[in-house]
Write a protein that binds this ligand. Structure first.
Ligand SMILES: Cc1ncc(COP(=O)(O)O)c(C=O)c1O
Length: 446
């Protein structure tokens, strides 16, 4: 029996619950099939997937190479528990050693991003024997208890105080942070790093296991530091013998036009990496915590106090291998860089036409538009952590009505399509955003 969109949504709402919202407010798009950069709802309405689902379907929907790899893997074995050696697990580990920054050498597989971050923090604390982890207010690291505490996202607030060993700091946000008032971006970035060092000195460097940062800032609004910031962070880590954990869950696997967001800063030497999302493009859930040889050597003699029933799941590892093959064979990293330029230039054109655009931020196919009521005063269109204002609700409704699926949150429209997107599809998406911005402009001060 084929259900209509309305019937399908009703059944979902009757029998299941969803994330991060009062359930009665959940008004989902439905999906019955997907291919490339598109998916279709139960009434056969087509959507352009402008956010790669949750910024994870990097290789696009329905890739035959990955589907075949998963089918062949499940025919061989449904599951192998994490203590068992498999070909897929070894091969994926080897491929990851090749593509991650040179110092990273060994993987511990998880089920997704949050547990990759949880285990990264565990590893840092076990290895150093120190307690505290420094993180940014403007960050998101996952929805489990420790990862949620590590992030600064306000969704953590109802569960506060969270884990006690997280110390949050302010970071780079030139558009709004007072750190940048009267300063150039470089000067502000340097002050941002200096302030982090000040916090570390107050907290006792001897108590700090690691600084945890997203390789490229993502769902918190793409607020990224430049060279002055990252050089400062590396120096702080070196000076105080503190580990650097880089969370590449969102910014990894080509999203920013590099294999990993941190590759934009080649002098940064992460000690631990957390990955997920684009590792399998969501075809099967998988994440990983990766470490350097030095950290791996410590765990030769000391137990790794970490475990998950589905760690190194053979189907997920097969999906990971097939994804990496697709990234390489189809040159998707370079493609993201090139298509990112097309997207960026289209967004900058929109910024010239629409007074409601305050700033466009990002790189590659990880971009966000921040909407304002007034460009001079930068008065937000809706406001951070406030219920969506009328103009932002209108923007979201117009995008959805036209068939563009993406995240509209607070003052932001996220633009992060699959890396396989072509120029024509980018122009189609931009045309739909153009319409929504025309409505938003009505709310700008004259
Ligand atoms: C930077 C970052 N880290 C961690 C996570 C958590 O990943 P997951 O939702 O797979 O647990 C996310 C999810 O969006 C993320 O963006």
């Amino acid at each position: 029996m084929k259900l209509t969109h309305k019937e399908l949504v009703k059944r979902n709402k009757t029998f299941t619950m969803t994330s991060w919202t009062a359930q009665k407010d959940w008004d989902p798009i439905s999906m019955v099939r997907s291919e490339g950069v598109y998916f279709w709802d139960a009434d056969d309405k087509q959507y352009l997937d402008w956010s790669s689902q949750l910024l994870n379907v990097n290789i696009g929907h329905g890739h035959p190479h990955v589907i075949k790899a998963i089918q062949e893997a499940v025919a061989k074995m449904g599951h192998a528990y994490p203590g068992i050696a498999t070909e897929a697990r070894a091969q994926l580990g080897e491929l990851l050693r090749e593509i991650t920054p040179t110092e990273i050498s060994k993987s511990f597989f998880t089920v997704g991003g949050a547990d990759a971050v949880e285990n990264a923090m565990k590893v840092a604390r076990l290895y150093t024997g120190r307690q505290k982890i420094i993180t940014r207010y403007r960050s998101y690291h996952g929805g489990t208890f420790g990862a949620m505490s590590a992030g600064g996202d306000p969704r953590r607030l109802p569960n506060e105080p969270g884990v006690p060993w997280i110390v949050r700091v302010h970071g780079p946000f030139p558009y709004r942070s007072p750190i940048y008032h009267g300063r150039t971006k470089d000067e502000g970035d340097k002050v941002a790093a200096d302030l982090i060092e000040q916090t570390i000195l107050f907290e006792g460097p001897q108590n700090i296991a690691a600084i945890l940062l997203e390789g490229y800032s993502g769902s918190s609004g793409i607020m990224q530091g430049g060279d002055a910031f990252w050089k400062g962070i590396q120096e702080i880590c070196d000076r105080h013998d503190i580990l650097l954990i880089i969370d590449e869950v969102m910014s990894g696997f080509g999203r920013t036009g590099e294999w990993f967001g941190i590759n934009h800063y080649p002098y940064v030497k992460p000690n631990i990496l957390a990955i997920a999302k684009g590792l399998t493009s969501g075809y099967i859930p998988l994440g990983a915590t990766l470490v350097t040889d030095e950290i791996a050597a410590y765990f030769e003699d000391n137990p790794l106090w970490a475990g998950l029933t589905y760690s190194s799941h053979p189907l997920a590892c097969a999906a990971g291998i097939a994804n990496i093959e697709v990234y390489k064979k189809e040159n998707l990293i370079e493609r993201a860089r090139e298509m990112g330029k097309v997207l960026r230039s289209g967004l900058m054109d929109l910024a010239e036409q629409h007074p409601s655009i305050g700033e466009v931020r990002g790189t590659g196919l990880l971009q966000v538009i921040e909407l304002v009521k007034n460009r001079e005063t930068r008065e937000p269109m809706s406001g951070w952590n406030l219920p969506a204002s009328e103009p932002m609700r209108k923007v979201a409704a117009i995008l959805r009505e036209q068939g563009l699926s993406t995240f509209v949150k607070w003052d932001w429209i996220f633009c992060a399509p699959p890396l396989i997107i072509n120029e024509k599809q980018i122009q189609d998406g931009l045309a739909m955003i153009d319409q929504a911005l025309t409505a938003a402009d009505e709310y700008c001060d004259a």
